[in-house]
Design a protein around this ligand. Sequence first.
Ligand SMILES: [Fe+2]
Length: 384
Amino acid sequence: MKRFLVLVACLLLSLQAYSASNLIYGPWVSNISETGFTVLWVTEKPSLDYVEVAPDDGSAFEKTERPQYYETAYGRRVSGRYHSVRVDGLAPGTTYRYRIVGQVVKDDSGPYRFHYGPKVRISPKRSSSVRTLSSSAQICRFSVLNDIHFNDERYTKLASGIDLDATDFLLLNGDIVSYTENIDSVAKHCIVPIAAQAARLPLIYARGNHEGRGRDFAKFYGLFPTPTGEFWHSFRQGPAAFIVLDAGEDKPDKSHEYGGQADYDPWRLKETEWLREAVKDPAFVSAPMKICLIHVPTINLKDSWYSQVWITENWGPILADAGIDLMISAHHHKWICSPEGADGKAYPVLVNSNMERMDVVVTPDSISVSTYDVDGALVHQWAK
Ligand SMILES: [Fe+2]
């Protein structure tokens, strides 16, 4: 009987901890590398939270004191609603479990005597897990979703077919939302519909032309931080090296739609300088397969708009000289396969539809692509 009562007490405490959770969106993982990742989540009220990390060895998470990782600024922990904690010093290609613990801020306005609520487990589950990248992995497998434009139902259905155990990361290839007027709405629509996948798979976000629209546009980067501090960056997983690019807005800066706020021309030049150096990086040069991930494709269509023409003329030759094997894009809301040699470009471009999920498998000598609709039916295939 005593044992039963103890069990009930533990259950009640556990439920209390769960119901008291301050979490509203997340957690999700971004900025994945061989030795670290960033855990992100959003709470309803400002709180002082941290991440605990454990190896994926089957041990009881709470029975051992685990390393704690804090979000800090200038030597002090920071509290707030948007949480972003860097976990570093890890081993490549290794799965780690993590969980979030925190306290709601009651009053931290003074220099001393802060008041917090009780410490509770923030993570919705006992723990989540994520695997670090590894350049020595034999294979690279990832999924791609794009141009969801706030359609939560389609987003959930397309993501539901992802094999979590056989996927290294999920690429969100732009325009998952249509505007960034309110960052809470953006976080909700980017994460909640794919909560099951986001808790396990690192998210790579290649910004589209729509995320830059709306008053909270500058907060968007904080949801998906990168190693460069910009939306452009590169990374390596097994045989595949990736360059992630951002073409910015699609129309000229002076277009009336932007109300005098667009200044993408100099920004794309800055990105061009980064790209010229990124393709010389030994991790990129030595990769058997090289893939560019970008929302707007470098293909010449009859009705191509300003930035698409610009990146085709300016980034196309750099990517061709770098010997990329494939570009994966979005933006056009339909499947486009532009083969190597078309329009004079030296690499193939695949544009994924907004109605399909793309699954990609890369080995040292092959790339295979399959796309699936909301019912899980195979729609397109491509291989190199
Ligand atoms: Fe777009």
